[in-house]
Write a protein that binds this ligand. Structure first.
Ligand code: NAP
Ligand code: ZN
Ligand code: ZN
Length: 347
């Protein structure tokens, strides 16, 4: 077994503290990645605090992982020792169900093995995430990372990037379309960059007046302070597609009403409590409310290559791991521009 250092929470109200644990020895298809950077996703906070239910402890969060390959199993062909590699939200899945065969492993009919707070395909071994020195992953669930981008800024692409890229692609966002992004956080700021890069006209809906300049710099044409309902009323029946990346309870009807006929609101944010939907918000213009979960491995690679070609990365604040608990509080207070990334050398 491989002795590994990390940070873990031990219960829903504990802070994250140093933690030692074992990773499995390399099988023939495994790679050992020495972790260099790991982003802090709001999902880490939801799960460390058991806001969605079913959290398993001790928990080593982290699913925006970039690092360097330190060792490879005897049958590995995809990566070589010394190369950069990434791991996102999944480390395995059943590989035989319809979704896995379609490259949509995140919707695996058995269960995806989430990178942390999950279980391996053996049905019993817990998974531990990227707030740690190293990780062992089957090569098929690793991503190739181009060497031309700043690595700390690439890490958030492994979740925030793919989670916004995938629905933008699935719903064919492109030139001539009006796209709304609700919530300018880690996911939201990637959604703005990506939707703008695809040629859409982007409007940001934010509760933070102070983010207007940033929103425009990131590629938005318009910025709307969502706290005043009058600001939204003026935009009724206007949008083709709205991506809702809000982490807390809010009124989704307000955004459904901004859609044109047959428009789509896609939820990527996962508030802990159920949202209330007015049937008439959907019925009157045959609108769709849907959701989207991260992205499959193939599409994650496509997104990384797309970003590498266009020099698209995340705006980050790099922190030492000793500041992880403070970073959680600051994320909850909306005090991050726009993603914390842990420098794992500080572990
Ligand atoms: P984040 O960086 O904290 O951003 C969330 C944003 O939501 C904030 O920046 C804020 O934007 C807005 N917000 C926060 N509280 C609000 C409130 N009470 N009312 C209205 N707006 C509020 O979080 P993140 O990492 O981007 O994650 C966002 C959500 O997506 C989380 O729930 C996370 O678990 C989920 N997620 C889902 C997937 C998936 O596969 N679907 C993947 C990753 C993450 P403004 O300041 O602009 O208002
Ligand atoms: Zn995430
Ligand atoms: Zn499957």
């Amino acid at each position: 077994m491989l002795s590994t250092r990390g940070y873990a929470s031990t219960n829903p109200t504990s802070t994250l503290e140093p933690f030692h644990f074992e990773r499995r020895d390399l099988g023939p298809h495994d790679v050992l990645i020495e972790i260099l950077y790991c982003g802090i996703c709001h999902s880490d906070i939801h799960q460390a605090r058991d806001e969605w239910g079913g959290s398993m402890f001790p928990m080593v969060p982290g699913h925006e992982i970039v690092g360097r390959v330190a060792r490879v199993g005897s049958a590995v062909t995809r990566l070589n020792v010394g190369e950069l590699a990434g791991v996102g939200t999944m480390v395995d899945s059943c590989r035989v169900c319809e979704s896995c065969k379609d490259g949509l492993e995140q919707y695996c009919a058995k269960h995806p093995s989430w990178t942390y707070n999950g279980i391996e395909q053996d049905g019993k071994t817990p998974t531990y995430g990227g707030y740690s020195s190293q990780i062992v992953v089957d090569e098929q669930y690793t991503l190739k990372i181009a060497p031309n981008l700043p690595l700390a800024n690439v890490a958030p692409l492994l979740c925030a990037g793919i989670t916004t890229y995938s629905p933008l692609r699935h719903f064919n966002v492109g030139p001539g379309q009006r796209v709304g992004v609700v919530g300018l956080g880690g996911l939201g700021h990637m959604a703005v960059k990506l939707a703008a890069s695809m040629g859409a006209e982007v409007t940001v809906f934010s509760t933070s007046k102070t983010k207007e300049q940033d929103a425009r710099r990131l590629g938005a044409q318009d910025f709307v302070v969502s706290l005043d309902p009058k600001n939204l009323d003026a935009l009724a029946n206007r949008f083709d597609f709205i991506l809702d990346a809000v982490s807390a309870p809010h009124d989704v009807n307000a955004y459904l009403n901004l859609l044109r006929r047959d428009g789509v609101v896609a939820m990527v944010g996962v508030p802990a409590k159920p949202l209330q939907v007015q049937a008439l918000s959907l019925i009157l213009k045959r609108r769709t409310l849907t959701g989207s979960g991260v992205g499959g491995i193939r599409e994650t690679q496509e997104m990384l290559d797309y970003c590498a070609e266009r020099h698209i990365t995340s705006d980050v604040e790099v922190i030492p791991i000793q500041q992880v608990n403070e970073a959680y509080e600051r994320t909850l207070n909306g005090d991050v521009r726009y993603r914390f990334v842990i420098d794992m050398n500080t572990l």
